[in-house]
Design a protein around this ligand. Sequence first.
Ligand SMILES: Cc1cc2nc3c(=O)[nH]c(=O)nc-3n(C[C@H](O)[C@H](O)[C@H](O)COP(=O)(O)O)c2cc1C
Length: 187
Amino acid sequence: MSQTRILALVGSLRAGSINRQLAEAAAQTAPEGVEVDIYDGLGNIPFYNEDIDVAGQVPAAAQALRDAVAAADALVLFVPEYNGTIPAVLKNAVDWASRPYGAGSIKGKPVAVISASISQNAAKWAHGDTVKAVGVAGGSVVESAHLHFGTIGQRFGEAHPREDAEALTQLAAAITELVAARESVNA
Ligand SMILES: Cc1cc2nc3c(=O)[nH]c(=O)nc-3n(C[C@H](O)[C@H](O)[C@H](O)COP(=O)(O)O)c2cc1C
């Protein structure tokens, strides 16, 4: 069986991001034959602007994201919550991947959404808004692969999520669901 490539987009740019650490743990725990690559460079992509989204002249950072999304078999989005919703950097990535209209690289791509924040609400507002945006953008949201991590400051403040057996089990299950959804799309 060929390798399944999953692209992880992380909605926090900070070096110590726990969402990024969760993505790292997902990469570590992915089953045999599945590769999870964390996309670096979301912070370099200009804000979406139709005036600069011109065929053949798309900014390199935006084109690189589109190419990476197109090359992936599925996406997993790691979403913190900023002021009750999706962080701008992640929404910007979804917007770039949604165009050209009707033919964006996210179209038909299986997408899992995993949210994590310091509150007990576990970034569920941001999660819901991300699911909505991904669906409108044309992605195929995989509900069975969703996860929510709350009170992450306490839970992962001292230890990386890769040292948390329960988190690893949950992340492995989510990735397995995402791969299964991708295989059913291709069946
Ligand atoms: C601008 C800003 C707004 C935030 N708003 C929320 C919020 O609405 N709800 C919440 O649970 N956490 C909120 N937080 C706290 C984040 O949950 C916390 O910083 C979390 O660790 C971010 O994820 P990261 O560790 O991957 O960077 C906010 C943080 C920032 C910087």
